[in-house]
Design a protein around this ligand. Structure first.
Ligand code: FES
Length: 176
């Protein structure tokens, strides 16, 4: 059984859900959603706690997490990149843009860079097809992308993240 990490404080909303649904195996999905809403992902400690209160083995819970794409077991990066692979973007080079992102950040879709700055996701239409190929970084849309403009954009975000880390007095881990 996975033991909860005592050093990690359990968010109040998740703790309330655990108490409310103690012993209810049918509540697995809502409990996983509550954990993800509270932590931003489903940590091992939460899996252990859910297992304890529902009686569902951790291996089974991990299987459910793997099955549903909505659940993450690792934290998201500081910036979320959503590259559109919808039809309009696809026909004007979204594939190439995706390759540039992977090369520049050394990351595959659905992964987070080793320094925790970017999480890269591939999504369906962003609703701004006239700007194809397009992506979003957090809530900012960037369109009519070229390999050069994407590289420039990512480097700008990384420089800003470096500056913010420096200003906060912390050191960023080496890039993956
Ligand atoms: S297909 Fe990419 S924004 Fe619509």
């Amino acid at each position: 059984m996975i033991q909860p990490d005592e050093s990690v404080r359990v968010p109040a909303a998740f703790e309330r859900m655990l108490w409310r649904h103690r012993g209810e195996p049918g509540m697995l999905i809502p409990l996983l959603q509550a954990a993800q809403d509270s932590y931003g992902f489903v940590p091992e400690s939460a899996i252990g706690q859910i297992s304890d209160i529902t009686g569902i083995p951790t291996a089974e819970i991990c299987g459910v997490i793997t099955f549903y794409k909505q659940f993450r077991t690792k934290p998201l990066g500081k910036h979320i990149i959503r590259l559109c692979k919808g039809t309009a973007c696809h026909v004007v080079g979204a594939e190439t843009i995706g390759q540039v992102i992977s090369d520049e950040l050394v990351v595959a879709p659905d992964e987070t860079t080793g320094d925790g700055v970017f999480t890269y996701m591939v999504v369906a239409c962003l609703g701004c097809c006239s700007l194809a190929p397009a992506l979003m970084i957090d809530d900012q849309t960037h369109g009519r992308l070229t390999p050069q403009s994407v590289r420039k954009l990512l480097r700008q975000y990384r420089r800003d993240a470096d500056k913010a880390a420096e200003a906060a007095g912390g050191e960023r881990p080496a890039t993956a």
